[in-house]
Design a protein around this ligand. Structure first.
Ligand SMILES: *Cc1c(COP(=O)(O)O)cnc(C)c1O
Length: 439
């Protein structure tokens, strides 16, 4: 782990909580990236959030660009989302029986996401991708799946191979406990490299059930698809009778109201959703054309179930979020704010002479501490200076701005990040880049 001079704000309450948490929860956290291994130091324990802000246990306020890793596209505790959840809770929190809210959210998703005619709700992105693989295998009767280096699709065994996100930060090659048996049908290709995919189809022409891809890489930092990449995947799937799975758990409602498939005009066979679709509550979904989705039980034979799936609180939060997101002008405002932020940060870096590379698609963005061209693959991303990123991270924390505690995670903006919030972020960045230059 890296070492740093202690930042000036006091994190003594977070430290006490962290020590206590580590006694009862592995590493003190319920998801590894929260432990700050990517930047060193003590993870901040968060007490509350409102709009663009969060407050830690020591009372510091931060402008938040993590936003629960993407879901909170309206900001923290949006009044309409909170109201919707309260109203739902008062009617009973779970029934294990169908409700009206599930239909409403499914209809909304179908209206918004081009390739989708039917939706099955689950409780997390992991569950969504795991089920999507099962579905692709059930539909095609084939065993193998292609995934890309640096793409993260949740922690299901078959997908925990050369994944990004926390796995990247921790530098785990794979994970112990994942057997050869469960990953032997997982093939790994290079992101943005169609030849590496073709080579796999050449080798296993009749065995590949599908390709799963983040249509915009988000879990190695933001790595957009190069022109022709997604189209090329579509063509290869068509040629070999495999299904194309867009894992839009992060990109759904983040790069375009209709997801990456609407932005790049490429239709996948199966779409996975999560994060924004739950408005800050635990929701995932897998979705697609009727003909594919009717393989799912009880219509079809592919089994998949969930005690809390389609939970009324979660459906309400998702519905309230998507309703606001679709109001006229909202999306354009979000994208304009993301543009203002990334331009301002880029200019600040340039003014200070600190080499950085920026990427942004819609409302997700990255700041890579590296020279040269924007990264297009995991190999490129690995060149980033993680220690510089860590210094930037702690510098921004001192200025009251919370970015992801890892170089290999995306940043997110919300509707609550107005001009004033963004301009204060840029002013903070100017200071921190100057410190980095003089270090
Ligand atoms: C976050 C994420 C997942 C996993 O979702 P969880 O809700 O954390 O299980 C899967 N795929 C992508 C692309 C993600 O960004």
């Amino acid at each position: 782990m890296m070492t740093f001079s202690a930042p000036s704000p006091s994190f003594s309450t977070s430290q006490v909580l962290y020590d206590r948490a580590r006694r009862v929860i592995p590493g003190g956290v319920n998801s590894p990236v929260r432990a700050f291994r990517g930047v060193g130091g003590t993870p901040l324990f968060i007490e509350r959030g409102a709009g663009p802000y969060i407050w830690d246990a020591d009372g510091h306020q931060y402008i938040d660009y993590v936003l629960s890793w993407g879901p909170l596209i309206l900001g923290h505790a949006h009044p309409e989302v909170v109201d919707a959840v309260k109203r739902a809770a008062e009617q009973g929190t779970s029934f294990g029986a169908p409700t009206r809210l599930e239909i409403e959210l499914a209809e909304m998703v179908i209206e918004m996401v081009p390739s989708v005619e039917m939706v099955r709700f689950v409780n997390s992105g992991t569950e969504a991708t795991m089920s999507a693989l099962r579905l692709a295998r059930a539909v095609t009767g084939r065993p193998k799946i292609i995934k890309f280096e640096g793409c993260y699709h949740g922690h299901a065994d078959a997908l925990l191979v050369r994944a990004g996100s926390g796995v990247a930060t921790l530098g785990l090659p794979d994970s112990p406990g994942v057997t050869h048996g469960t990953t032997q049908d997982t093939l790994v290709a290079r992101y943005n490299d169609l030849d590496s995919v073709k080579a796999l189809f050449d080798r296993y022409p009749d065995e590949i059930a599908g390709i799963i891809v983040e249509p915009v890489g988000g879990n190695m930092g933001v790595v957009p698809p190069v022109p022709g990449f997604l189209e090329g995947l579509r063509a290869l799937c068509d040629r070999y009778g495999a299904l194309l799975i867009f894992d839009e758990v992060m990109t759904g409602f983040r790069v375009h109201l209709g997801g990456a498939q609407a932005l790049y005009h490429v239709q996948p066979d199966i779409t996975t959703l999560g994060k924004v679709i739950g408005g800050g509550l635990p929701v995932g979904a897998y979705a697609g054309p009727r003909q594919i989705m009717e393989h799912v039980a009880p219509v079809g034979a592919m089994y998949q179930a969930g005690t809390l799936s389609g939970n009324p609180l979660a459906m309400s939060a998702g519905l309230a979020t998507l309703r606001i997101l679709r109001e006229p002008g909202v999306w354009d405002t979000l994208v304009a704010q993301a543009e203002r932020l990334t331009q301002g940060i880029g200019q600040a870096a340039q003014d200070a002479g600190v080499p950085v590379v920026q990427t942004r698609v819609g409302t997700m963005f990255s700041l890579f501490f590296m020279d040269g061209d924007a990264p297009t693959s995991w190999d490129d991303v690995k060149r980033a200076h993680t220690e510089k990123y860590a210094r930037w991270f702690w510098g921004m924390i001192e200025q009251g701005v919370y970015f992801a505690p890892s170089q290999f995670e995306a940043g997110f903006i919300s509707l609550a990040h107005d001009d004033d919030v963004i301009d204060r972020t840029i002013a903070a960045a100017q200071k921190v880049f100057r410190i980095l230059r003089d270090a």
